[in-house]
Design a protein around this ligand. Structure first.
Ligand code: GLA
Length: 389
């Protein structure tokens, strides 16, 4: 399943109606993370893929120093003055645009005023990174209009900073990075310390099936920052015995067992998740190269249990979706994907069994919760780009 091929035309037409000039159009994708959860801000490893759902930003310069925004999804506009752009998060969709513009200006890239029109295809609040898609599409548009070329790694860093300062989530680099670097048909194995990456071909007999629980638990953002703090506390404990470590990335499972007894139990479990998850990502990459989907899938299930019991970022609806997948024929693996506390699971399903799997999930999830699961069958999409006429 993908976004509509008509979206760029719709965006251009709406832009013309609203602002009376033709725009340039830019887009960036949402993502699904196959494995490597809550490892990015610990300098660890992740394996996301871009989705064929994009956020579009159509843009044209204006004479003054204002950004006039309009979101087709919220049917709402906002005027931002580039000369007084700071201020705290306001819990409004425009914070992502304001944040990117503010960080760009703060780093010395002078931006022109602009009219912008935004249309997102990435489901919002589903853990598929609609916010990173908006940030990266915005950065691409503002840089495009300014005739500024920045390296994609730099764009990812700028957008991450915008999220820290203007959305209040101390996120890692994964979402912004894959929104910049996604490649059709590939997952990306990223070392979040060096930002070196490897593209992994996903053309095999399995389908990536995303099941959206359609629940979003309120705790998400606060709990996210707490997990990050737990990891930092863990590093401080571990440094007493292992003074050379800088992050949980530098610790192996044997060391966690050796030094873990001296930490508070919760911190120990948080650290154990991160350290074992890093190992799982590397094993998953090897399994993918060997086309061993069974092994890859087992690692996905292990990842989920670790997130459920050690990191405690799952929820009953996500656990149910994973349990249903585990009991279904043709499913190699399943796990929650993204920050957690609701949102989606990612499932690797044998091509021939995909339809039956989707039917089972829809029926059983509804029977158990009264909720409807949305299901998307995905092929990895492309990173940010300008969209031609
Ligand atoms: C969110 C953050 C990412 C990452 C994931 C968890 O999506 O934005 O940086 O930490 O959660 O893996």
């Amino acid at each position: 399943m993908a976004g509509s091929p008509q979206t760029p035309q719709v965006v251009r037409a709406e832009f013309g109606r609203l602002y009376g000039t033709p725009p340039r159009t830019f887009r960036a994708p949402g993502r699904v993370n196959l494995i490597g959860e809550h490892t990015d801000y610990n300098d660890g490893f992740v394996m996301p893929a871009a989705l064929e759902f994009y956020t579009y930003v159509a843009a044209a310069p204006r004479e003054d120093r204002h950004l006039q925004l309009y979101s087709l999804d919220f049917d709402q506009g906002r005027l931002i003055d580039l000369d007084s752009i700071g201020g705290p998060p306001s819990d409004h969709w425009s914070d992502y645009v304001r944040g990117v513009a503010a960080v760009l200006e703060g780093e010395g890239h002078e931006l022109p005023g602009a009219n912008l029109l935004i249309k997102g295809e990435v489901p919002i609040g589903a853990g598929l990174s609609s916010s990173a898609a908006l940030e990266v599409a915005t950065a691409s548009a503002l840089l495009g209009l300014s005739n500024l070329e920045l390296e994609r790694k730099e764009i990812a860093r700028i957008c991450q900073r915008a999220e820290h300062q203007f959305a209040g989530t101390k996120c890692g680099i994964m979402d912004q990075f894959i929104a910049c670097f996604g490649q059709p048909g590939h997952a990306l194995l990223l070392d979040c310390r060096s930002l070196d990456f490897e593209l992994l071909p996903m053309e095999n007999r399995a389908r990536i099936v995303i099941c959206n629980s359609n629940v979003k638990h309120e705790l998400a953002s606060g709990e996210y920052n707490k997990r990050r703090a737990d990891c930092e506390a863990g590093v401080a404990y571990l440094q007493r015995g292992l003074p050379a470590i800088r992050a949980l990335r530098d610790v192996n499972p044997a060391q966690i067992e050796e030094y873990g007894a001296r930490m508070p139990r919760t911190i120990y479990r948080r650290c154990r998740h991160v350290v074992t998850e890093n190992v799982r990502v590397q094993s998953a990459a090897a399994a993918l190269w060997a086309n061993n989907l069974r092994r890859f899938g087992d690692l996905m299930f292990e990842s989920h249990r670790s997130l459920q019991f050690d990191y405690e970022v799952s929820c009953p609806e996500l656990d149910l979706l994973v349990n249903l997948a585990q009991d279904s024929r043709g499913v190699f693996g399943a796990r929650m994907t993204g920050g957690g506390f609701g949102g989606c699971t990612v499932n690797l399903v044998d091509e021939g069994e995909t339809e039956a799997f989707i039917e089972t999930i829809r029926r059983e999830y509804n029977a158990a919760t009264g909720l409807h699961a949305s299901v998307y069958v995905c092929t990895p999409g492309a990173g940010a780009s300008e969209v031609g006429e």
